[in-house]
Design a binder for this molecule. Sequence first.
Ligand SMILES: [Zn+2]
Ligand SMILES: [Zn+2]
Length: 727
Amino acid sequence: MSMLPPSLLRRRSLLPDESLPSLLMRLAKANHYDPPSIVIGLALAQKGEKEYYTDISRSLSPPILERLIALTKIDLLALYSSTYHRFAPTITPPDIAIGYLELTNNIAMPLFTGKIAQSQLRPEFAVQFCPKCLRSLAYHRLIWVPVAVSACLEHKCLLINRCPQCGKAVKIRDIIEAYCSSCKASLIETESPQVNDDKFGLFSQQVIQSWFLRDGISHSALFSVPEQPVNALYRFIDGLRMALMQVKSDWSYLHRLSMEMQPTSSMVKMKAQTLTPYQSYCLYATAMKSIVNWPESFYDFLDAYRMQPTKGKQINHSVGYDLGNLYYNWLEGYWQNPIFTFVQEAFNHYFVKQYSLKHEVIKSGRYRTNRELVKRFSYITVMEATDLLHTSPEMIKFLVQIGRLTKYESLDVHKYLRLDRSEVLALQAKWLDSINLDEAAALMGVSIKVIPGMVRIGLLVAEQSPPEGFHYWRINKSSVTGLMKMLDERCYEMGKNRPLVMNLTNASRWSVTKSGLDSAHLLLQATKGLIRIYYEKDQPIQIRNLLFDRSDIEESLTKFYAENGWVDRKEAIKLLGIDHLTLTQWVNSGLLTMHNYYRNCHVFDRNKIEEFLANHVRSKAAAEILGVRKSDVNLLAHGGFLKAVSGPSIDGNSCHIFSREALFQWKNDWLTYKEAAKLLGIKERMLFDFAKRGLIVTLRPGYGAKPSGETRTWYSRQSVLGLQENV
Ligand SMILES: [Zn+2]
Ligand SMILES: [Zn+2]
């Protein structure tokens, strides 16, 4: 059993938020221990009275606590709460186990392990303080211990960490005495910079201090912080603070106070504990900017960080170059712990957005090892695409060339070819589902010769085809099975009343000559239900086993044509009253257009034929329109004086065909002698005289033939009108 020290004669209780060293220092003073460390010696059970100064909190253990209770008569939990170990849950990184101090059988309290406290907390021989707080009561507050704390929230001023007169570090004993032990300058009289007007800086301090005190106070509604564990948020902000210690003081994104303060330029290689409160205040406030509107605020932070003037070179280089330590030490290092998932997710989003078309990204470890990121990443290299499609880089380039893949270029000098991952994956899925011609032919039971035709009219889908420039055909397997399913549904089992049937080969041989429908077209008609297909019982449904009824094909076609307002060649000839040869000539000359529904299949729109018939007339009707004899019409047409669209001298058609429009035009241009004489108001004899003297232009198609009176002469309306003006 260890000997407990007797209690001190004059006792003091803990003041609000007082630190343990502060209490011990006050007790030493009250009990006239000189040096005051004797009290600590008693607590630590040290022999001898030499000045022995140690960090009592760091050596905290159950026996020491017991001795402290004996000395001070203060409650166990109150004593524990006056030590900085209270901050361990906030400060300890998530990948390091927090130590625990067994207070009693049932109570264990958090304890700092290793050297974490050293880099995060100010030591007892270089503390910071608020002069106004000291003025009300001279003791050391525990909240002043963390490096991240830099302002007094009560007095809205920065803390002070140097003697205002000699500039030396301030010890806890100086705080109790309220003057500098080196130069005797008053600490109470020190001027501390006010930060009343700095809303954001104060907000940052409020948040950080509440993380330490774990008071759960929610802060200003002006800003919000992500709903994440306090230690994750603290470690994130603290990591940013460390990265920020590397930036130059003229970086515009840095949080600043309007007053002249110590420069922040020389923080590189500085230890956290030696930061001035002003430096700490600005650094943590700057870091806090990144989380107040998560995640956009973080993207802004990263943008600003990348564009620091210190780099001097172009940004958009590579993520490692742009973000340096922040990337390598933090994003790729400490923040890989799952507790920082919110940071990684936000960063991945930023990474994809800012760097997705950059060559370095695809080479980076983050991209290669992060499956989630890869999935979200839109752009990939040719090599990745090659792997995904099991093909060659040449094929990838070919696919880009024919427009099957979209080309992107990396945003660097190299301009590497980049591809859209989702596009490549879509193609991969299709390719995996494709089969070659032999396989497709076997599945369907057709000759491979038929397949290209089936693709052409859309019965099947080709994933690769020679017409596109591929070496081989690859047919979409689903389109094959889909077609077979459709044919299966349309199939009739051959009943007792067997129609006269033939297989596809024979049916197409017959129908090609008749209507231009080849096997592919017959199948297309069958899938549409326009031609019936039959199968023999017990025969597998294969295209080669399908049977077609000739009369059914004929009937279906007639019906199908009627429904669409189509006529076939035979019908067209009948309607137009011409022969085969003339129809061919008309089609070739463009006088009549064919419907382009089927290749090789002469289908005409009935409407078009009727329209043609309405606009065109034969010689007899033409004679009526012109008011001349039929023989005159033919004479005019032969001589080329009246334009015909068809006729013996034009296309070998046995009779002339004229457009009504041409006839009306002719009738407008030429007058009979009676009409001409009447228009001029002269006798017919005078008209003939005028014509003889060449005063009127005449048309005499019967030239050379025996003149048969003036009936075969026509007079130009234009010249008659010209003469009328002169008469
Ligand atoms: Zn204060
Ligand atoms: Zn001093």
